[in-house]
Design a protein around this ligand. Structure first.
Ligand SMILES: *[C@@H]1O[C@H](CO)[C@@H](O)[C@H](O)[C@H]1NC(C)=O
Ligand SMILES: *[C@@H]1O[C@H](CO)[C@@H](O)[C@H](O)[C@H]1NC(C)=O
Length: 454
């Protein structure tokens, strides 16, 4: 399979006149899979890429998206490890553009945002960061993310997608973690992208690692530029009425509920200046006045869910140093816990010291319900054995407003296979025990984040 992909890749690259970036298409039991490449971007040692690619390739028609994955690859199609190219984030945004627009200017585009509470800062449909290779994103049957419904698209418009890739090349840098956390002194910056002065208490974050910024390199390190792509994989099925639609909610631990002070940046995106800051800082423990909690930084916020429903999927997005994020209901019940999985080796997908995956929640359909207007509590835990800047605590939820239409079927199934269920529970507990044990061991080793090595 791997060889087959590479072959297709090679074919594509040799035939460089080919416009389409689709490198693979497959259909199995009605589930279609397409693998695409983003436009090419170039990174030299220590440099940053933060570009927006409009009108990217995406499956056409009225469909249900079942899975969306991505990773950074080089010109040979080989996965690039995070210690070389750190994938800060990628996001894919849905929008409507004028039919007459060829995709160059797209002046009148209408963004179709997710249903979450930070619409102006986190309007995307899909998106992850360094954890992208090992985080499950599939939407279980009978659910799907409905897109491309002609009835929803305004007259004279077409549905399109844009992609934002933010990648940081950390080959040869002085401070690998500092560069990935966008520490302003390493980027030698005192002003932002729009030449506005940064406040003295702004130590690091997205304002200091905008497109084409440069992180400090080791003396004499020879920078070799290379061409890279975001390779993204979409799985989908054609829409049929038996599919139950799910809504996407992206919740942010920095969301204070305030909604004022909207500003725009150069690409016409609107940023909410208060309420949803997306990033925050983790103060190191042991500093006077900072309670240590065993060197765990705990950040919590309450978020009112405009609409409720049944939770189908949940996963958090954390940065290096992140331990776990959890979402609780108004009555304190656990809705979903998502833990950081750290790599232990050198190879792509298992890079030591980096978050290479997040555990996910797939509740039994119908078992986890959120009420309309319910106040949820989002909690994000980071190791504070050292300072962290520009960290995030996001929660990505898929919610179905309709109850599952096959509840009866599920009940019958569990009655039919009691032995099987018990075996599964036993197996689950065993796996949980082993996973918990190795997690604890891993945690010990990652204490203080010294393992961002190579
Ligand atoms: C940092 O920026 C200042 C002012 O922009 C410049 O004069 C200086 O040479 C820069 N230092 C490095 C190491 O690039
Ligand atoms: C976060 O850390 C605190 C303090 O150690 C702990 O009580 C809490 O359970 C942690 N949260 C999660 C979701 O594990």
């Amino acid at each position: 399979m791997q060889n087959c992909w590479l072959l297709l890749f090679a074919t594509l690259l040799l035939g460089s006149t080919i416009q389409a970036s689709q490198v693979l298409y497959r259909e199995e039991n009605g589930v279609k899979t397409a693998v695409y490449l983003s436009p090419k971007f170039q990174l030299g040692a220590g440099s940053v890429e933060n570009k927006y690619y409009h009108n990217i390739d995406f499956p056409k028609g009225h469909i249900a998206v079942k899975e969306f994955g991505a990773e950074v690859v080089d010109e040979e199609g080989i996965s690039v490890p995070l210690h070389e190219t750190y994938l800060h984030h990628w996001v894919v945004v849905r929008y409507y553009a004028l039919t007459t627009d060829n995709g160059e200017k797209e002046l009148k585009k209408i963004q179709v945002r997710n249903s979450g509470t930070c619409q102006n800062t986190l309007g995307q449909y899909f998106g992850l960061g360094s954890e992208t290779r090992q985080t499950d994103t599939y939407v279980p049957d009978p659910y799907g993310i409905e897109v491309g419904n002609p009835a929803d698209i305004p007259d004279g418009y077409v549905e399109r997608w844009y992609l934002n890739v933010h990648a940081i090349d950390t080959r040869g840098v002085v401070d690998r973690l500092g560069c990935t956390e966008c520490k302003c002194d390493l980027y030698n910056l005192t002003r932002d992208e729009f030449d506005r002065p940064l406040t003295s208490d702004y130590i690091g974050g997205l304002l200091c690692c905008y497109d084409q910024t440069q992180c400090m390199l080791r003396e004499g390190f020879q920078s070799i530029k290379r061409n890279l792509y975001l390779k993204y994989t979409v799985k989908w099925v054609d829409w049929v009425d038996t599919i139950v639609p799910v809504k996407i909610y992206i919740l942010d631990v920095t969301d204070t509920g305030e909604r004022e002070g909207v500003a725009s940046n150069s690409v016409g995106l609107t940023y909410q200046m208060v309420g949803c800051k997306v990033e925050y800082e983790v103060e190191p423990c042991g500093v006077s006045g900072v309670s240590s909690n065993g060197c765990v930084d705990i950040k919590k916020t309450s978020i009112v869910m405009p609409k409720g429903g049944y939770v189908i999927y949940g996963a958090a997005h954390l940065h290096s140093g992140g331990i776990v994020a959890a979402l609780y209901g108004e009555d304190g019940r656990m809705i979903c816990t998502s833990r950081a999985i750290y790599g232990e080796g050198k190879e792509a997908g298992n890079e030591a010291g980096y978050i290479v995956g997040m555990t996910t929640c797939y509740p039994q359909p119908g078992s986890v319900k959120v009420s309309d207007g319910e106040t949820l509590v989002l909690e994000s835990n980071y190791s504070s054995s050292q300072m962290h800047t520009g960290v995030m605590g996001l929660f990505y939820l898929l919610i179905a407003e309709q109850p599952p239409n096959n509840v009866l079927l599920h009940v019958q199934e569990t009655i039919k296979f009691p032995m099987y269920s018990w075996a599964l529970i036993f197996l689950g507990l065993t796996i949980a025990f082993i996973a918990g044990f190795s997690y604890m061991r891993r945690n010990e080793r990652n204490e203080g984040y010294q393992s961002l090595v190579v």
